[in-house]
Design a protein around this ligand. Structure first.
Ligand SMILES: NC(=O)c1ccc[n+]([C@@H]2O[C@H](COP(=O)([O-])OP(=O)(O)OC[C@H]3O[C@@H](n4cnc5c(N)ncnc54)[C@H](O)[C@@H]3O)[C@@H](O)[C@H]2O)c1
Length: 253
């Protein structure tokens, strides 16, 4: 660890587990004060408690609920923890419910869009409002290969939500560049977390997906940390509106 984020305050959504937990914990190890935000309050609390002394704080928030998101940012501002780095990372993928479009229920479409796209919109909206008061900041969105390529006939709602996130990032980056707010998207490849248990637990599906990854292995949450630290840091001062894949080469094919 090189203290690349000393002096920064970060908020990471979906920080109770998976990619968000890994990134948020790494930010704290790099010197940042970190808000571990999740709808799983116990998980967020445990993660924040494991951060170095004085660098972890937990917030329970459902990103699809605007009063909860707005309230969380207000609470942080009042406590002197207004974030200058925000990672809008929380997301869901409804394996077994997301489906080819003719078979996809409106309910499951809405559940996916409400969290992944509307939740990201709300997180970014209130992050930007705070950053406008504080002289700028860095926002990082977690995208997906499914937002770039056709990755699965069953991933209708999920792919649409992630393509929406990629578009949202570009638009907000252009809209707020003059206010010193940078917005970038990180595209993790197949990363073994609880989100993708349906693939990980099925040897045939797992082998098929790894067979499509040029680097020849699955990703782990730790693989996503480095690019997030870079984008959060002042080393990335000239990077905005861009998309950074950490996918073992999957999207080159
Ligand atoms: N795992 C992969 O292969 C992969 C690949 C590309 C993109 N992603 C994206 O990475 C992000 C993190 O995924 P992960 O694999 O770490 O998943 P995960 O299921 O391990 O963790 C997701 C976290 O988000 C939280 N969360 C879910 N809905 C929420 C809500 N409404 N409000 C607040 N928190 C909520 C969960 O409680 C959980 O802690 C997601 O946006 C996912 O779409 C994952």
């Amino acid at each position: 660890m090189t203290d690349r984020l000393t002096g920064k305050t970060a908020l990471v959504t979906g920080a109770a587990t998976g990619i968000g937990l890994s990134v948020a914990s790494r930010f704290a190890a790099e010197g940042a004060r970190v808000v571990f935000a999740d709808r799983d309050g116990d998980g967020a609390g445990a993660a924040a408690a494991a951060a170095p002394e004085g660098r972890g704080r937990a917030v329970t928030m459902d990103i699809s609920d605007e009063p909860a998101v707005e309230g969380a940012f207000a609470e942080l501002a009042a406590a002197g923890w207004s974030p200058d780095v925000v990672v809008a990372n929380a997301g869901v993928q409804l394996f077994g419910k997301d489906a080819r479009i003719a078979d996809l229920d409106l309910e499951h479409w809405r559940q996916t869009i409400d969290v992944n796209l509307t939740g990201t919109f709300l997180t970014v909206k209130h992050a930007v409002r705070g950053m406008l008061l504080n002289g700028g900041g860095s926002i990082i969105l977690t995208g997906s290969p499914t937002g770039l390529n056709g990755e699965g006939a069953d991933f209708t709602a999920y792919s649409a939500s992630k393509a929406g996130i990629h578009g949202l990032a570009r638009t907000v980056a252009a809209a707020y560049a003059k206010e010193n707010i940078r917005v970038n998207t990180v595209v993790p490849g197949y990363t073994e977390t609880t989100l993708v248990t349906a693939i990980t637990s099925d040897p045939e599906s797992r082998a098929a997906i790894i067979g499509r990854i040029p680097l020849g292995r699955a990703g782990s949450p730790a693989d996503v940390e480095g690019i997030m630290v870079f984008l959060a840091s002042d080393d990335a001062a000239f990077a905005t509106g861009a998309l950074f894949a950490v996918d073992g080469g999957m999207t080159t094919l």
